[in-house]
Design a protein around this ligand. Structure first.
Ligand SMILES: NC(=O)c1ccc[n+]([C@@H]2O[C@H](COP(=O)([O-])OP(=O)(O)OC[C@H]3O[C@@H](n4cnc5c(N)ncnc54)[C@H](O)[C@@H]3O)[C@@H](O)[C@H]2O)c1
Length: 313
């Protein structure tokens, strides 16, 4: 079977492709920046092509050539500062191009990334877990585009009977993350490099989830032909930046982490209490303790720098 992954040389794609290969899939990766990942170790099992999801004819031609059994779309701008037309072309038109090209090519199975951002701030819900059926309070450019993608996916499901599945990653973490929410990453990677780091709010809340776990979720969901639900939260660890700093200091006692404000970040925080029982129950996803993931990221940075790994004592 063949899986086509658009945006497959990015942060999540680099972890997802090996998991699909391990499941025996032939993988066609399409990306506008095909050189940012090296899949040569997988030989003919992974083919990388250059293509632009915002250009319908280009996207459709790549899909028709690949004849995939399923499509995963990860191509997106992460952030809300882009000029409206630029962001719209990739995020809204690009996603619709994916659904429409899949439909025209007879590919019924599509999985794409939405985001926890659709929920907006946690304060909209109070101190409770938010699930996939809750109202979406997101309001910034990125969130509005994801909300529209979810609506469009539902429209394709209803009008064309397509099996399109939405995955809403929380604050994905990993040493090579450079786009999106990066404070919870830099508070680990900068001390691991011996650099000082200052964050605005110690009480700012996050829901970090390691990119290895996100890739595993995408792989399991994509490989299932008819999941029980249309939308899955991945969830993440409910934790403040101050608490992440405490974990980092356990491993790096001289870490230079400071905060401009000791209090006051919680009410500004995005959705950090997330109900992920759908993905856990149906797909048997297990999350390693977050503390282990912090150590993993520290050690990945140390490895890059030729330093020996730290151990948990
Ligand atoms: N990283 C996170 O924390 C996070 C959290 C929630 C949701 N998500 C979602 O997961 C998906 C993947 O995120 P990521 O972290 O891997 O992002 P990324 O930016 O690392 O990867 C996106 C890939 O899309 C490619 N791309 C950009 N424009 C393209 C175009 N016009 N045509 C084809 N390819 C194009 C990029 O070259 C890149 O390789 C996105 O939809 C993102 O919104 C990510």
């Amino acid at each position: 079977m063949t899986t086509f992954v658009a945006g497959g040389t990015g942060f999540i794609g680099r972890r997802l492709i090996p998991l699909l290969v391990a499941r025996g899939e032939e993988v066609v990766v399409m990306d506008i920046n095909p050189q940012t990942a090296d899949y040569s170790a997988y030989g003919k099992q992974v083919r990388v092509v250059r293509g632009d999801v915002s250009q319908f004819d280009d996207f459709q031609a790549r899909i028709v050539e690949a004849k995939p059994d399923r499509i995963v779309n990860l191509a997106y701008y992460i952030g809300s500062d882009l000029p409206p037309r630029v962001a719209f072309k990739l995020n809204v038109l690009g996603m619709d191009n994916c659904f429409e090209a899949a439909r025209l090519a007879g590919v019924n199975r599509v999985v794409y990334a939405s985001s926890v951002a659709v929920s907006g701030e946690q304060k909209n819900y109070g101190e409770r877990l938010v699930d996939e059926t809750d109202f979406k309070h997101g309001h910034v450019q990125y969130a509005m585009h994801k909300i529209f993608n979810e609506w469009q996916a539902q429209d394709y499901r209803e009008k064309h009977g397509m099996e399109i599945t939405t995955i809403r990653p929380a604050n994905v973490t990993g040493p090579d993350k450079i786009f999106g929410s990066v404070d919870h990453v830099f508070i680990v990677t900068k001390p691991a490099r011996g650099e000082p780091v200052t964050m605005p709010y110690k009480d700012a809340m996050r829901a970090p989830v390691h990119v290895d776990e996100i890739a595993e979720i995408f792989a399991r969901v994509a490989m299932k032909d008819k999941p029980e639900h249309a939308i899955y939260n991945t969830g993440g660890q409910t934790i403040s930046l101050g608490e992440i700093a405490d974990i980092v200091r356990e491993f790096i006692p001289d870490a230079q982490i400071s905060f401009d404000h000791e209090t006051g970040g919680r009410e500004r925080s995005g959705n950090f209490m997330i109900d992920n029982s759908r993905v856990v129950t149906e797909f048997g996803i297990q999350f390693r303790p977050y503390r282990e993931r912090v150590l993993q990221i520290i050690n990945e940075v140390r490895k890059e720098r030729g330093l020996p790994p730290l151990s948990d004592h």
